[in-house]
Design a protein around this ligand. Sequence first.
Ligand code: NDP
Length: 448
Amino acid sequence: MTDQTLIILGASGDLTARLLLPGLGALLTAGHAPGLTLIGAAIDDWDDTRWRQRVRDSFGIENPVADSARWVRTDVTHTDDLRRLLDEAERHGPVVIFFALPPAVTAKACEALLDVELPPGTRLVLEKPFGTGSASAAEVNALLSRLVPEERVHRVDHFLGKSTVLNILGLRFANRIFEPVLDATHVESVEIVFDENLALEGRAGYYDRAGALADMIQSHLLQILALLTMEAPFTLAAAEFRDRKADVLRATRLWGDPATSTLRARYTAGDLDGRKLPDYTDEPGVDPARETETLAEIVLAVDTWRWAGVPFRLRSGKAIGASRKEAVITFKRPPRVPDGLRGCDQPDRLRIGFGPDHLAIDFNINGPGDPFELDAVTLEADFGQGDLPPYGEVLRGVFQDDPTLSVRADTAEQCWRIIEPVQQAWRSGRVPLLEYPAGTTGPGLTLS
Ligand code: NDP
């Protein structure tokens, strides 16, 4: 890897400190991205010393990249400021610009960059949300396409850097035993669940405008759905891999009427792991009039030859008592269990855990004792952690100029298209906003 420069726009913010810099620190420790120059930029009147301290604190280790990091005070909406910033950066190889900015500021920064000559090979890295709907995503994408080619735009979905999520590829495409039964002939239903025991954790400014549907389902869970349902790419080259994902997302739609195939709810006061939580609406920074959901569940159909007729239930909730983060593939019952085999009618299931990383297969077997009496058993395997945290994995792709793990423009728009009927139904009040006490499992859909 050649020398390159990472410019973080919005470097004094939360994402930079909590996720981006720790991921970068892990990447550097693993020996990737040698020769990196790090430049932090924001409106704040920081200096090199303060920025270097932030970098060291977030890295959690000593690294020369922290010692040489530079701070360039920048209003990213001002073309002259951006020009000065890029002049500073260009002396140290190709440039990666990471927009760790509020989405509205990112759009303005892109407009301001139109009048700046970007160094050859510049890559742009964007954070979710990519727009607020398919139309606004298309607008941002059109703007980005005027700055750099699509292959140099990295839309980060850090779930695509999670080792278990990536292991779906190995599980499906490097084994003979799973892939042939992953279709509508054998699969009854699929659940992709991310119920967390975290609540708002002081992030009302962002979350109260997003909600569980946009924050989790529109982005991370649809990416998992794409990996679970895509056809095998011939190679993992970015174009092929992203084409296969785009194919299934284009074929994905809401299962039925939003009134019966979606659910929204928000938490009320409760006890979460020994913490007393207030009502969501009493959390600082929350505007109750927005009716933001902290739990969303939707059922989707994937209209491909392989998957048509199988319901995919996607769900994510905050302040849930029992955290549950997994994809569960439930298989149909055998056409017939011979008379005389007794005792167990649990369906077979393949469970892929996203935290802790885990794989389990539930099935029925002749148990000990009476050979005609069936028992349910589970075969389990730990995936083990990847070498890098998700942000480190994603950044590795950015520094290698490889967009395989980033979300392509058309895919970002498709993911909005899929949830737009849900948003419309919720806005119109057709689907009531339910409540659940923090610390409970929350409501769930029952599909007729
Ligand atoms: P913050 O509000 O914490 O930080 C935003 C940063 O942008 C600050 O450094 C701010 O500087 C800077 N900024 C704002 N306006 C300008 C400007 N005109 N010129 C230069 N700098 C400016 O936001 P987050 O870090 O939480 O989020 C950043 C992005 O990451 C958002 O798109 C968010 O959706 C996304 N994201 C965040 C996650 C998180 O956990 N925080 C998780 C996933 C995505 P100042 O403080 O001086 O205004």
